[in-house]
Design a protein around this ligand. Structure first.
Ligand code: ZN
Length: 325
């Protein structure tokens, strides 16, 4: 009995100490408890490729390092990876199945933020390619007209030269699910992609469609718009901001509703980060280097810290949802 009483006192005291440790608000749970990191592609789906690497491998390397760094700085945050090896997520046999598995893992883990890591392609061969250009004209005899009217005529024929065209497109971008909200007060969202004409990854395997006609999908889209759009845009803006600080090119924050349905299928703020172009030789080398990967990871980590601080100091925002509007 006495022992038990002692125990009671002890727990009461430790309770008191704990509550003094968190004097501000100890009954409110922290806003970000779980982060889902989703390395794009995997297994039979390599994504895009450069001269020396495949997107699925670059995405996985950066994702694993990002998870490690977040864990180091925020040991209380749970990190869930959709994949940690070279496989299609959840053993999916199609890309569509893989996307559903990605969303299912995120939702089952009750994530507070979904970070999708990709690398980009501009649709042209990696490194560079031969193109043709006109360097002059020469006179050439040609027959014009038909039948009796057929006659010879001197025409100007172009002289072509084939030349090496370096694949020079570089830069980062963050995609968020398109929502018709004018309320986001942060940095302007790049309007360029409003029509989904950003090219790039929309053509690759990420662009597998979810069925958007089902009532369930419509509800999810509405939920995203109401609850998660602002915070997705906020995190995406910070990510691009940090890339720019490191001297990277940035296409900014882009909205899209095709090809990235996995973002709205996850019931949480979610951002797809294009870490750079594998089709540009130097950017590919950067994304494959220790230094480059460390820098990309640091940029995303810095953006995450700012995002977390913003959410946790905001008095209006009491969930991972609608930021202060
Ligand atoms: Zn991709």
């Amino acid at each position: 009995m006495r022992k038990m009483f002692g125990f009671f006192i002890l727990s009461a005291v430790s309770c008191l100490i704990t509550s003094f440790n968190k004097p501000i608000d100890n009954h409110k749970p922290p806003k970000i408890r779980t982060i889902i990191i989703d390395p794009g592609h995997g297994g039979f789906d390599p994504g895009t490729h450069g001269l020396i690497s495949k997107e699925k491998d670059v995405a996985l390397e950066i994702s694993l390092k990002l998870g490690e760094e977040i864990k180091k700085e925020f040991p209380d945050i749970k990190i869930v990876f959709t994949r940690t090896t070279d496989e299609m997520v959840g053993g999916g046999t199609t890309i569509g199945e893989g996307l559903h598995n990605r969303a299912a893992i995120a939702n089952k883990s009750r994530g507070d933020l979904f970070i999708c890591i990709h690398a980009n392609s501009n649709g042209h061969p990696p490194g560079g390619y031969y193109a043709k250009r006109v360097i002059g004209y020469r006179k050439k005899m040609e027959y014009v007209g038909r039948g009796k009217k057929r006659k010879k005529k001197l025409v100007n024929a172009p002289i072509y030269e084939s030349y090496w065209m370096k694949n020079s497109v570089v830069g980062t971008a963050s995609y968020i699910w398109k929502a018709d909200r004018a309320g986001f007060k942060g940095q302007a969202i790049n309007e360029k992609d409003e029509n989904g004409d950003g090219g790039d990854e929309i053509n690759d395997s990420t662009a597998v469609e979810f069925d958007m006609t089902s009532p369930e999908a419509q509800m999810r889209a509405q939920l995203y718009e109401k609850m998660f759009f602002n915070n997705s845009a906020l995190f995406a803006t910070y990510v691009q901001d940090e890339f720019v600080k490191s001297g990277r090119e940035s296409e900014g924050v882009l909205q899209r509703d095709k090809g990235i349905q996995v973002l709205q299928a996850t019931g949480m703020p979610s951002v797809l980060i294009e870490t750079g172009f594998l089709t540009n030789k130097e950017e590919e080398e950067y994304l494959n280097s220790e230094k480059g990967q460390a820098e990309v990871v640091q940029n995303i980590l810095d953006a995450f810290r700012r995002y977390k601080d913003t959410l946790e100091t905001s008095s209006v925002n009491n969930s991972n949802g609608n930021g202060g509007k």
